[in-house]
Design a protein around this ligand. Sequence first.
Ligand SMILES: Cc1cc2nc3c(=O)[nH]c(=O)nc-3n(C[C@H](O)[C@H](O)[C@H](O)COP(=O)(O)OP(=O)(O)OC[C@H]3O[C@@H](n4cnc5c(N)ncnc54)[C@H](O)[C@@H]3O)c2cc1C
Length: 510
Amino acid sequence: MPDFDVIVMGAGHNALITAAYAAKAGLKVGVFERRHMVGGAVSTEELVAGYRFDYGGSAHILIRLTPVVQELELSRHGLHYLELDPLFHCSDGETPWFIWRDAERTAHELERLFEGQGEAYSRFLRDWTPFAQSVSELFLSAPGPLEMGKMALGQKGPDALRRLTRILRPYGDVAREYFSEERVRAPLTWMAAQSGPPPSDPISAPFLLWHPLYHVGGVARPKGGSGGLTKALRRAIEADGGEVFVNAPVKEILVKGGKAQGIRLENGETYTARAVVSGTHILTTAQALPDEYVPREAREVRVGNGFGMILRLALKDKVRYRQHHEPESRVGLGLLIKNERQLMRGYGEYLAGEPTRDPPLIAMSFSAVDDSLAPPSGEVLWLWAQYYPYELASGTWAERQAEAREYILNAFEHYAPHTRDNIVGELVQTPLWLEQNLGLHRGNVMHLEMTFDQMFALRPWIGASGYRFPTVRGLYLTGASTHPGGGIMGASGRTAARVLLHDLTRRKWK
Ligand SMILES: Cc1cc2nc3c(=O)[nH]c(=O)nc-3n(C[C@H](O)[C@H](O)[C@H](O)COP(=O)(O)OP(=O)(O)OC[C@H]3O[C@@H](n4cnc5c(N)ncnc54)[C@H](O)[C@@H]3O)c2cc1C
């Protein structure tokens, strides 16, 4: 008898979701995680006394468009989502404006501030809501070879051809087409840049065109920090009889006669199973396999050269923006960008192997909505900045980290002067830090580049996109290296579970 029905390697949120569905279906599940805690890039810890820091993703957006939380009954296991409204605080430093959950209110306020732009915002939502909804549905199933075509060509009506050409364009161009006011366009473009590709990349428009979904699913935070999601998943797995092991790095995936047999940990212990699911980066999965089972494509995936870094601060007082709107400015994601040139200049510096000197920022101060994150008078403030290369043209990250931290802090003080006087603790996460601590190769938070050559049926490569590892029977894949890619979404974990359960139980997915 094998030790488990299913062994899951890595406890990122996708892997935990696969494990939770498998345990719920009555399978004996064992999860093995390298770090001292579950969650990977969705985890939270008290790093400074009284201040709880997220290690990775913080804004829960895409997962709320899936049925994962309801199906796994995660609220019964302690997950409590706090809704953010406004969703976003957009600012060039002088003229802040807000994106509210209510699209009409957003458009109304925009129109008052910038004539014509509220109307443009409403038109943008009208034009692209059906497309955005069809993309979110595609996220929830295994990608077939026709999926990309369906997304692009599934446009109906008299305007279909026009819409198709927009989808194939760079998102920066599409934003310019809709919004004449740069103070409206730049933050929307900056949000679209979060998937990695720059605003000038062809076929990147979908990163902008799914914007209407923010009004549909909202933006939320688990109470207690982002890790509230993965803690609840762990409880769900354990409630269904699964076992979760931390400080348990997997060294090898054991394969015999082309079939996965189990795993060997770094400490030499072995565990057997009917099936193995890897939720780690695809390169980590490949490294754990005997060489003869690693197809060439697995070594040729495009991981890129990092793209962002984050400065996490514990503050003794609340953030005070120069253009003060209390408390709205501190609630949602702060899309802080002076103009589009700032983003493109940053991308240019990154291409040259240099840390960006004056980065646009996403500012997050979720203690404004969650009093468990900081002492009553204090604040957590996280500043995500782009672009920062993993491989530098000169020097090492150990040598250049302090300088890059200054760039980020200086950029933020344009919006909130004297923030540095308020710091009582911090964590600087460079692309190298992300690789060494979270297993994100070359600091790519999306695992692999989110470019068209690695999306849908091409992620991680054609032939491996169905969540089954093509050369090893009984080995399954999940996580950001698979469709639909990075972000806190869980769709990969859910679809991988569906494939796994189909193979192991021959039961139809309900
Ligand atoms: C700083 C940062 C900010 C982000 N911000 C956002 C955001 O606001 N919103 C959003 O939607 N997304 C955000 N993201 C992206 C998102 O968090 C990730 O894309 C997503 O969480 C990846 O999840 P995953 O399930 O693929 O697994 P991962 O989180 O990559 O987990 C893989 C797990 O495998 C473990 N592991 C690795 N090697 C081994 C081994 N040998 N044995 C056992 N275990 C192993 C790792 O320790 C890790 O726990 C952010 C990411 C980062 C890093």
